[in-house]
Write a protein that binds this ligand. Sequence first.
Ligand SMILES: NC(=O)c1ccc[n+]([C@@H]2O[C@H](COP(=O)([O-])OP(=O)(O)OC[C@H]3O[C@@H](n4cnc5c(N)ncnc54)[C@H](OP(=O)(O)O)[C@@H]3O)[C@@H](O)[C@H]2O)c1
Length: 232
Amino acid sequence: MPHMTTALITGANRGLGRHFAAELLARGATVYAGAREPASIDLPGARPIALDVTDPDAVAAAAALAGDVDLLVNNAGISTGAQLLGDLEGVRAEMDVNFWGTLSMVRAFAPVLAANGGGKVVNVASALSWFAAPGAGAYAVSKAANWNMSNALRLELAGQGTQVTSVHLGLADTDMATAIQGPKTDPAVVARLTLDAVEAGDLEVVVDDWSAMVKASLAEDPRTFYDRFLTL
Ligand SMILES: NC(=O)c1ccc[n+]([C@@H]2O[C@H](COP(=O)([O-])OP(=O)(O)OC[C@H]3O[C@@H](n4cnc5c(N)ncnc54)[C@H](OP(=O)(O)O)[C@@H]3O)[C@@H](O)[C@H]2O)c1
C-alpha cells in the first residue's frame, strides 16, 4: 500500500476486519477503525470511530469525520443462519448489514474518495456469492447481492476513478466460522492477499481453492454442483 493511504475499515474490532486494520497499519497507512462499540478497538495507532453500518446518521458522521479516506474496506457482515422460508426479520437483517449497510457506506464515501483522487473500495463478499448452502440461504443471497453491487458500483464510480474490488473466500478462522467444520484460512492471510491484490489493481480476489471451484462451477449445469446437497 502506498504510504499515503488513509483507510477506513468497517467491523474493525475483531475477526477479518481487525486483521485488515493491523495489516494496513503495518504498511504505514492511517487507519480509521470502525466499530459499533469503538471502545472495543485495541490496535495501537488505529483511530476508533463509532460506526454501525445500518445507522444512516452514523455513516454520515463517519464520512464527515474521515474526509481524508482513499481506501474504504467494507468488511462488516453478519451470518445468522436465517432461511429464506423462515423468519423474514432474519432475512432482512442479513440484507440490512451485508447489502444495504455496504451500499450506504459507498454512497456516503463516494464524494470523499472522489475528493481524494478516486481511491479504492473493497467489498468483502464470500464464496457464497456464487452458491447457496443449506442453512445459509439469506446470507448467500445477501452476498450475491454484495458481489453484483460491486460490479455495478465499479461502472458507476469509473468516472471518478474509483477502483472497486470484490473479495471471495470460503472459510476464515474467525468467530463467524466457529461452528462450521472444514479447512479455514488464516484471516491474516486473507487481509494480506487482498491488500496485495488491491494494490496491484485487481478487481476481484478469489482467496482460496473452494471459492475458485465454486466460481468455475457456474459454467456447469447447476445439478452437477447441487446434487451434493440435494441427495443429503
Ligand atoms: N469467516 C468466514 O468464514 C467468512 C467467509 C466468507 C466471508 N466472510 C465475510 O468476512 C467479513 C468479516 O467477517 P468475520 O469472519 O471477521 O466475522 P466476525 O468475526 O463475526 O466479525 C464481524 C464483524 O462485523 C461487525 N458488524 C456486524 N454487524 C455490524 C454493523 N451493523 N455495523 C458495523 N459492524 C458490524 C462485527 O462487529 P461487532 O463486534 O459489534 O458484532 C464484527 O466486527 C464479513 O463480511 C463476512 O461475511 C467471512
